[in-house]
Design a protein. Structure first.
Length: 177
């Protein structure tokens, strides 16, 4: 075992143990613990199979992309589910993120799905993944733009109603004097 793999393995094990300790100690640090376990697992994978992460080999590049996409999708799912569990995110907003995470998992597990998209569009595998991720981020941005527009309209309506009620209150106070 070379020194780099040894350092990666020890770092990965330490990160995974630290994450597990956070999960056991406090419920408030659950997400941080899961993040450390994910980082530790990635480092342990890099230590166990260093050939996956080295060299310009196209097959290794695609495998690295799938691994990164898999970790990214699982992280999106974990963050979303944790936010819903803590009531920090409403379910209607979480659905889009869960859908995005599931699609990313499908593309990570079944590379032929991205290969099919790449074949139809004439793009390379990495470009097809980038387009898929970008498309979902655009959908998320559009969804939140709609939500913010609705909130802005509600804020405007409430401000107008508040001003109207203040005027009525002032009129009532003047009449009662």
């Amino acid at each position: 075992m070379n020194p780099t793999s040894l350092i990666l393995g020890i770092s990965g094990l330490a990160a995974a143990v630290a994450g597990a300790a956070m999960l056991v100690q406090k419920r408030a640090r659950r997400f941080l613990g899961l993040a450390w376990i994910t980082v530790g697992t990635a480092l342990l994978l890099a230590a166990a199979k260093p050939a996956l992460f080295q060299g310009p080999n196209p097959a290794a590049l695609i495998l690295r992309m799938r691994i990164v996409l898999g970790f990214l999708s699982l992280t999106v799912l974990l963050i979303t589910l944790e936010a819903v569990r803590r009531f920090a995110m409403e379910e209607r907003y979480a659905l889009l993120w869960v859908f995005t995470g599931i699609i990313l998992v499908v593309f990570a597990v079944y590379p032929d799905a991205v290969g099919w998209l790449a074949a139809i569009t004439g793009m390379h595998y990495v470009s097809a993944i980038t387009v898929v991720v970008f498309a979902f981020l655009l959908l998320v941005a559009f969804h939140f733009s709609l939500a913010l527009s609705g909130l802005r309209e509600n804020q405007k309506r409430l401000s107008q109603k508040s001003a109207e009620l203040e005027l009525r209150l002032e009129a009532l106070e003047k009449r009662s004097r």
